[in-house]
Write a protein that binds this ligand. Structure first.
Ligand code: FAD
Length: 400
């Protein structure tokens, strides 16, 4: 039977997320969005303190197993929390979505590797300051959408992993777009071991950010999600031990990459629903107060139509995301086709409807005094994050 009722745990954690979002996340997100220099944002006390509070409440470790100190919440529950955090602080929420990548993958792919568990999983779960954070690094200056092309053997990662006596030597650069790139403590890096196999010739390597030879670029200056740090990462003869190979190159590569985008795209979709909710809730307040034509504008049919269409988009996007999360819960990582459909739909709707809600506010919608214009800027990035909607659609269509 299909059941939309929330259980006690879900109600409690969503309430916690809402209170944290309203009281802490949104004021910080809005204030930091207005700082022109991104370096100032990530160095600021406000950024660090806000991240620390999110860690204190455990939002970074929702999906990690209890045995290591995580909250072990299922993908539906974590999705509901991402929606709530996305409602108040989409930039911080996007950062938290990526933060758990390395510990989470270690628990799935290398549960017997005690060194990795002790170094990256347990300290991450114990962290209450926001000091342990992952970034996953596939994109490169020459490899954007091509990172999902597993068939054309001419396409490959240019970051290389060369065999050494004890493990591998990594050289190359990852693009400016790596989420948490400038603030992560550990990276999951895709690097080419055998160029004759194209993208499938890449293995997945765990590289600590403080390893000799690792550096990062300046934070990307961008139109939205300005509290999501994005930066390039450089590897110059970085030596790593054999035990830091999380996944070998070869035929298994599409399985690993598809798993990451199956789960990751659900997270992006939930942030989009959160943003649409933010826009609708703000527009509802305004349209009940603003009098034009002798009555509150919500009583004009054209405005009411816009508001209800946004409500429909939220409900339908969320339903599709819940289905994707349910599929992920019953058989991890879930169904790629459903996750991609949910991400593409939710983020397309978010761009459309955050813009429509600006229209509902008229001139006030474009004023920085209101947060609506920010939602439209934030939403735009979601259509590119974890793959452009165009290329994700092309990929999903092959699965029909
Ligand atoms: C907010 C955000 C967070 C991100 N976080 C990460 C991260 O943590 N790690 C990471 O590795 N990357 C990350 N990225 C990078 C992201 O994965 C890439 O931006 C994305 O894959 C697109 O690559 P590109 O920007 O190089 O665009 P391109 O690949 O150059 O695409 C340009 C345009 O061409 C279209 N296009 C490209 N190829 C085709 C094709 N074959 N057929 C039809 N149309 C095509 C695209 O749809 C797009 O419109 C992030 C990006 C954003 C915006």
């Amino acid at each position: 039977m299909v059941d939309f009722a929330l259980d006690e745990t879900q109600e409690l954690i969503i309430k916690t997320a809402r209170e944290f979002g309203q009281e802490v996340l949104q004021p910080a997100e809005v204030a930091l969005d207005r700082i022109a220099d991104p370096e100032e944002v990530y160095k600021s006390k406000l950024f660090r303190e806000t991240l620390a509070k999110a860690y204190e409440l455990g939002f970074h470790k929702m999906s990690l197993p209890e045995e290591y100190g995580g909250l072990q919440l299922d993908t539906q529950t974590t999705g509901m929390v991402w929606e709530e955090l996305g409602r108040w602080g989409p930039g911080f929420a996007a950062s938290l979505v990526s933060a758990a990548t390395v510990p989470r993958l270690i628990t799935f792919l290398a549960p017997g590797n005690q060194e990795l568990i002790d170094r990256f999983v347990i300290p991450f779960c114990q962290d209450e300051k926001g000091e342990h954070m992952s970034a996953w690094c596939s994109s490169e200056p020459e490899v954007g959408s091509d990172g999902k092309n597993y068939t054309d053997k001419k396409i490959r990662h240019y970051t290389t992993a060369t065999r050494t006596e004890k493990g591998y030597k990594i050289n190359g650069a990852k693009s400016d777009f790596i989420s948490n790139g400038g603030i992560a403590s550990v990276y999951l890096v895709f690097a080419c071991v055998d160029s004759s196999q194209g993208i499938c010739g890449s293995g997945a390597f765990i590289i600590p950010a403080d390893a000799p030879g690792v550096s990062h670029g300046k934070p990307l200056d961008k139109i939205g999600l300005r509290t999501l740090n994005q930066a390039a990462i450089f590897f110059d003869d970085v030596e790593i031990d054999e035990s830091y190979v999380l996944f070998p190159h070869g035929e298994g590569y599409p399985m690993l990459h598809n798993s990451i985008i199956t789960v990751g795209n659900l997270g992006v979709g939930y942030l989009a629903v959160g943003l649409m909710r933010a826009a609708l809730e703000d527009a509802l307040v305004h349209s009940r107060e603003r009098i034009q034509g002798g009555k509150p504008i919500i009583e004009h049919q054209v405005i009411a139509d816009k508001l209800f269409r946004t409500h429909m988009a939220i409900e339908s996007a969320r339903a599709l995301l819940w289905k994707g999360s349910w599929l992920s819960k019953i058989s991890f990582p879930g169904d790629l086709k459903t996750s991609l459909a949910a991400k593409v739909y939710a983020t397309d709707q978010a761009v459309e409807h955050t813009c429509q809600m600006v229209q509902v506010l008229g001139g006030y919608g474009i004023s920085k005094e209101y947060t609506l214009e920010k939602y439209t800027r934030d939403a735009k990035l979601l259509k590119i994050m974890d793959g452009t909607n165009e290329t994700l659609l092309l990929k999903a269509a092959t699965l029909l």
